[in-house]
Design a protein around this ligand. Structure first.
Ligand code: NA7
Length: 857
């Protein structure tokens, strides 16, 4: 097993310092060097209280340092430090003990047993025993009388912890609930293979161990006493359950393994973990070696499962919010890399957008062959889309299939809304609160809450007086609405209104449409997909997906490279006709400069206006439906099936509420300009508090209690749209500042999910469990997002992209307009640059600050 890079560098620094090998040093020299290392560790988290007690021990006294956590302790840990019974002191283990106390919510009693050679065996054992009994007698003062007691120690301290459990059983001493042995000295046999193996002769090598034994138990025959070599105890049965943490490159690896095996053979429950790439001593090199943080993670988890199984249950590595396209894949991806994930979903099933938006006519405006996951070849082949544009129910079935195929439901809690999340810096966790009262602690929090999920119903006077049914399109009743013979009023003519109105008109007695702004809409030309087409797509999926990944729109739509001005009027008309006939939103890319040049934009807008005039029979209605005053495409282009044609029907009335807004809702209808339009059902197709709404409605508090929505008062600020400074380990899928709603959402989602999962796992591999963007990187990214938008016509429309549909919301263009391909390339460069712009922290301190230490040990 190769050592990890940080350990190699650390050892190099030790070598460069020119220090004498341990076995050539005096104990005093060795202790002075240990003190230098202590100086590199830095302070640990604040405690509610730190007390030292001095207790009488055989012929003298010893000190116990008590570290009390911020809230009432769930358990007590008696910690015996390492250092070969010769080295080690309270200060050298203070930070470690504080982290342990803070993260496990236990009182830690750090024992300053007396050291050899001044106090050889059995003095350290006797001192450890005295301390253990003192703690046991004082349980009620240190926590509660009934809390679990754990003994723990590393190296020689692990030896003492193991010896304590045996003695306690033998002498009917304190009840010990668990033992945590970190590379313990289990057997004074310096000839085991791991003792001799060359790759293990590192900071603590075989001669060093022999030096320790010579000071601790100078008489060789003493070393076979089970109080020196606990592995030699004749019977290990009945000892407390054990956690054994070992290092791969450690002379003591074999005896640790043997002790764990012997415990297990004696019927003691044992959990063993060997951390690869680590050397003997790694656990105590807090803030110096990333392995120490990884080891601490494991130990903390083990302790919590003993002291508070309910909390252990309420712990997850990651919490994901939302079970739509984003959340389902995030759950799968994080689970695949070994994290324990909990997903909370407000709905009673998976689907997200496609669960909620079950109104008649609901359909995706991105073609089905693109609007699907690409991460699994089998899934791609086994699922067959029936239509060019998939209906809501077909997409929902697809997502249910995905949830079943990858067994995702077992980690999802349905019917549960995340209401708040607070970052706890001391513990390095998010505390996530749900509306059900459940609280979960987790390291990472991922919002997959979507961009269009915070439903917006305008506060119209009289709404509560309406006698009929009121429904928002995104909360359509699962079992539908009885429409036959009913008069329906629809408020809103965005993408949703444009889909729902024709479908309602076919079923209802009458539909009255209240339109504030006419939108531009292109025909979808939806149709069934033939078997041949499906076969071809399935065969070509790898190349199709590869193209989607670098395409600006995340599909195969190609944006013309020709500006409108380079074509004659006839040529322009011709290509526009072609696009109109082939259908779909692609018409907006018919010229290179539709969204950046006003004249080009006018050409396309005029073409649409002519089509509306061609389709709609009544000139007064035509005029009302004809958009003007904002660039086409600056509000999202709609895609319809017979929308304009619907206004030729006798049972459809259009009412403009642009200049004369809805006055009030009456008992029986909608009043505009003094006229009461009768209705039995009131449908709000009024959209969403888009992009930031789903995040801002959760009470998300980052460092020092800062509220996310306050940070974003003047508009959202993120790095890459996936993270935001001051909110460590919070990740947003398709968040503000990412391409999100401007591109195929599934392509964007897959990108973010993989980016976030890789970011997390690559840092975890180095022991870095806390990650956030730097302020500088965030500021730079926000500037780029704004600069990209300013080069376009987008900011010229009062759209939901700009937050303009929500009263009081800051007017900022929220998505990154540069396209998926450019965005992906930027992210790839960030990764290639070692996740430029992100900073990782080990524990409470900055990894970057503590790792390149200056003091030479
Ligand atoms: P949109 O696109 O935000 O459309 C909402 C519609 O509701 C739009 O026509 C609004 O008019 C109208 N609206 C909102 N408030 C009012 C009031 N008070 N009175 C009258 N009309 C009002 O939401 P959609 O659900 O259609 O589409 C959202 C996205 O979901 C869509 O782009 C796809 O990506 C999927 P306005 O234009 O603001 O004047």
């Amino acid at each position: 097993m190769d050592l990890d890079a940080e350990t190699i560098e650390f050892l190099q620094r030790l070598a460069d310092s020119g220090r004498k090998p341990l076995h050539e040093s005096t104990p005093e020299e060795a202790r002075q060097r240990s003190a230098l290392l202590t100086g590199l560790i830095g302070p640990g988290p604040e405690m509610a209280a730190v007390r030292e007690v001095e207790i009488a021990a055989d012929g003298g006294s010893i000190t116990i340092r008590l570290l009390m956590p911020a809230v009432e302790a769930d358990g007590i840990i008696v910690y015996y430090h390492g250092g070969g019974w010769v080295l080690g002191d309270l200060d050298g283990y203070d930070t470690l003990a504080r982290q342990l106390a803070a993260r496990t919510v236990c009182t830690v009693a750090l024992v300053d047993y007396r050291l050899a050679p001044e106090y050889p065996f059995p003095a350290p054992v006797e001192d450890s025993w005295t301390a253990l009994r003192w703690v046991d007698e004082n349980r009620a003062n240190l926590a509660r009388a009934d809390v679990p007691l754990i003994v723990m120690g590393d190296s020689a301290g692990g030896n003492l912890a193991a010896v304590m459990t045996q003695r306690s059983r033998r002498e009917d001493g304190p009840r010990i609930d668990h033992q945590v042995l970190i590379y313990p000295v289990a057997d004074a046999d310096v000839d085991r293979p791991s003792y001799i193996a060359a790759p293990n002769q590192l900071m603590v090598d075989r001669p060093a161990m022999m030096w320790f034994f010579d000071h601790y138990a100078p008489q060789v025959d003493l070393r076979s006493d089970p109080q020196v070599s606990p592995l030699r105890a004749p019977d290990l049965s009945g000892l407390p359950p054990a956690t054994v943490l070992l290092a791969s490159n450690d002379p003591l690896h074999d005896e640790g393994t043997a002790y764990a095996a012997a415990l297990a053979a004696a019927g003691v429950p044992v959990q063993t973990r060997t951390l690869n790439g680590q050397m003997h001593g790694f656990f105590s090199l807090v803030n110096i070696l990333p392995g120490a943080a990884m080891g601490m993670d494991f130990v903390v988890q083990q302790v919590i499962s003993v002291v508070d199984p309910a909390v252990a249950d309420a712990r997850a590595d990651a919490v994901v919010i939302g079970a739509g396209f984003a959340g389902l894949y995030m759950l799968k991806r994080l689970r695949d890399v070994g994290l324990r994930v909990r997903l909370f979903e407000a709905a009673e099933d998976v689907g997200g957008t496609w669960y909620w938006n079950s109104y008649p006519g609901a359909r995706c405006d991105v073609e089905s062959i693109y609007y699907s996951y690409s991460f699994d070849r089998d899934l791609e082949q086994e699922w067959t889309w029936t239509h060019r544009y998939a209906s809501q129910s077909e997409i929902l079935s697809y997502l249910r299939h995905v949830a079943d195929k990858f067994a995702l439901r077992k980690d999802i809690t349905f019917g549960t809304t995340v209401t708040g999340a607070t970052w706890d810096d001391g513990y390095g966790v998010w505390r996530v609160n749900c509306d059900t009262g459940e609280t979960v602690r987790c390291t990472y929090l991922v919002s997959a809450a979507g961009c269009l999920s915070s439903v917006q119903i305008p506060r119209l006077p009289g709404l509560d007086d309406f006698a009929g049914s009121v429904v928002h399109t995104a909360r359509w009743p699962a079992d539908g609405l009885e429409l036959a013979g009913r008069r329906v009023a629809v408020v809103g003519t965005g993408s949703t209104g444009i889909q729902v109105i024709p479908a309602l008109a076919e079923q209802a007695a009458h539909v009255t449409v209240f339109q504030r702004t006419p939108h531009f809409s292109a025909p979808a030309r939806n149709r069934g997909l033939s078997d041949d087409e499906v076969r071809r797509v399935k065969n070509e999926y790898p190349t199709i997906r590869a193209r989607c990944r670098i395409n600006p729109a995340g599909t195969e739509l190609t944006k013309s490279e020709t500006p409108a001005g380079a074509l004659t009027a006839e040529e322009r008309e011709h290509v526009l006709r072609e696009k109109w006939e082939s259908g779909g939103p692609g018409i907006i890319s018919v010229f290179a400069d539709v969204l950046s040049n006003e004249e080009a934009n006018d050409v396309v807008a005029a073409f649409f206006r002519n089509r509306i005039a061609e389709i709609v029979e009544d000139p007064a209605v035509t005029e009302m439906l004809t958009p003007s005053g904002y660039p086409i495409g600056a509000k999202r282009i709609c895609v319809d099936t017979a929308y304009y044609e619907t206004f030729n029907r006798d049972n459809v009335t259009l009412v403009s509420v642009g200049d004369t807004p809805i006055q009030q809702i009456t008992e029986n209808g909608v009043m505009v300009d003094g006229i009461d339009y009768p209705a039995d059902i009131l449908v709000f197709a009024t959209g969403f508090d888009a992009i930031t709404g789903p995040l801002n409605r959760i009470d998300i508090r980052g460092r020092e209690g800062a509220l996310l929505r306050n940070k974003w008062t003047h508009g959202p600020r993120t790095y890459l749209g996936v993270a935001t400074a001051g909110f460590p380990n919070l990740f947003t899928i398709t968040g503000p500042g990412s391409p999100s709603v401007l591109v195929n959402m599934v392509t964007a989602i897959e990108h973010h999910v993989e980016f976030i999962a890789d970011l997390v796992t690559s840092h975890r591999a180095q022991g870095i469990t806390v990650i956030e963007p730097t302020q500088e990187a965030e500021d730079d990214w926000v500037d780029r997002v704004n600069a990209a938008a300013d080069q376009t016509l987008y900011p010229r429309a009062g759209s939901w992209y700009m937050g303009a549909n929500i009263p009081g919301k800051p007017r900022v263009f929220m998505p990154f307009v540069g396209g998926m391909g450019v965005y992906r390339q930027f992210c790839d460069d960030v990764i290639a640059d070692g996740y430029r712009g992100f900073i990782g922290h080990v524990g409470a301190q900055s990894y970057a600050e503590v790792y390149p230490f200056d003091g030479k040990p």
